[in-house]
Design a protein around this ligand. Structure first.
Ligand SMILES: *Cc1c(COP(=O)(O)O)cnc(C)c1O
Length: 383
């Protein structure tokens, strides 16, 4: 392997149109909480098929705002999957509530509705489903469980913006859906996020929460009056970030198309390899492919994954492992009594998974290089 390319697992795309949009915003005089924030919220809510969007300064802030909207309190439990980024569970802990981990489906690594059902107690307030890698969870099963037990259903859609399930787009499948606009996600605002919802009350609560808990109603009153009615945060996003977001959003459909093409190329090559298999697909899902995850098969997966990871890194491929199951982090063990063996499916998946490079700017030649390098690694490891 003579030519050593450098290919990360994900990378943003910034073009002239983006630069112009940001410059225009900076020149407009509105740096924050101006017209571009509302415009960006409108555009993302529209593409999500719901009435409201609340833009904030990270995907994590969007999750926190959602938990506030649902009035999650100390003593409550919220069911989350372990196969996700820590923020999906941290937002529950921020409220003084307890995340309860429900194991994932071994094929898709999406939260398993049967496991959710088993974790419901008298304290359960809601469910956060995570659209791991970019395909929607089984929302019809989750909705049925949530309704039967009077729970909220949130979607962490940080991987799945632009995906759909049985023709219904992500954003309209749960009570509140959150997105992240970190550079490694589908589209970026630098840092940023949004919570979208069809519920006007949740929308209102999240708007107050992102601005210190201060109500906006003061504008109708004396010039100086305002009231802080609850404890909120400064989770505001700037106008120039939203200008970037709007510009990026216009290219999202073509980017997702390209991600699907890359996934199809990988699928075709990996179908023939016994040593690994791509993740299974959720029935009825149109995948957005934030990640392309392979899972090593057979004996000694953990050792083989380490060899594969090192080989690919040595050959310039920025592969990653998504994720260390959240319940195995020391913070959760120490504060919530989680432990090994609690979510055996996620723990076993973690031994063998690897995320390969996946971003729209990858050329066909890059995809071929990744496949060739994986083949070379497997040949070396079995030798
Ligand atoms: C990226 C991500 C987040 C957090 O988003 P930030 O914008 O980085 O705060 C939350 N959940 C999942 C599943 C993510 O991938």
């Amino acid at each position: 392997m003579a030519d050593c390319k450098k290919i990360p697992y994900g990378r943003q795309s910034i073009d002239e149109q983006d630069l112009k949009a940001v410059a225009d915003a900076l020149n407009s005089g509105w740096l924050t909480t101006g017209p571009r924030v509302a415009e960006f919220e409108r555009a993302v809510a529209d593409m999500s098929g719901v009435a409201h969007g609340v833009a904030v300064n990270s995907g994590t802030a969007a999750l926190h705002a959602a938990m506030y909207a649902f009035d999650v309190q100390k003593g409550d439990e919220v069911i989350v999957p372990p196969m996700t980024f820590a923020a999906s569970a941290n937002c529950v802990a921020y409220m003084g509530a307890a995340p309860v981990f429900a194991d994932v489906d071994p094929r898709t690594l999406l939260i398993d509705p049967a496991e959710v059902e088993k974790k419901i107690s008298s304290r359960t307030k809601g469910i956060i489903a995570v659209d791991y890698a970019g395909q929607p969870c089984d929302y019809s099963a989750l909705r049925e469980i949530a309704d039967r037990h009077g729970l909220f259903l949130a979607a962490d859609g940080c991987h799945s913006i632009g995906a759909s399930l049985n023709g219904k787009c992500v954003g309209s499948l749960a009570d509140i859906t959150t997105y992240s606009f970190h550079p490694v996600k589908h589209m970026t605002t630098g840092e940023g996020g949004m919570a979208v919802t069809g519920n006007a009350d949740y929308d209102k609560r999240m708007r107050v929460f992102r601005n210190h808990g201060i109500t906006a109603d003061f504008r109708q009153r004396d010039g100086w009056f305002y009231e802080m009615q609850d404890l909120g945060f400064n989770y505001r996003i700037t106008d120039f970030q939203c200008a970037l977001g709007l510009s990026q959003l216009s290219r999202l459909p073509e980017w997702i198309e390209r991600r699907r093409e890359i996934a199809a190329m990988y699928d075709k090559k990996f179908a023939a390899m016994e040593a690994l298999s791509p993740l299974g697909r959720q029935a009825g899902a149109e995948h957005a492919y934030h990640l392309y995850v392979i899972n090593l098969q057979g004996e000694k997966r953990s050792e083989k994954r380490k060899l594969l990871f090192d080989f690919l890194r040595e050959h310039g491929l920025g592969v990653q492992v998504h994720y260390i199951p959240v319940h195995l982090h020391p913070y959760y063990k120490d504060n919530f009594g989680t432990h090994e063996g609690m979510c055996p499916v996620a723990e076993s998946a973690y031994e063998g998974i690897l995320s390969l490079p996946m971003f729209p700017l990858m050329e066909d030649g890059d995809v071929a290089y990744v496949v060739k390098t994986v083949e070379a690694a497997l040949a070396e490891n079995s030798a």
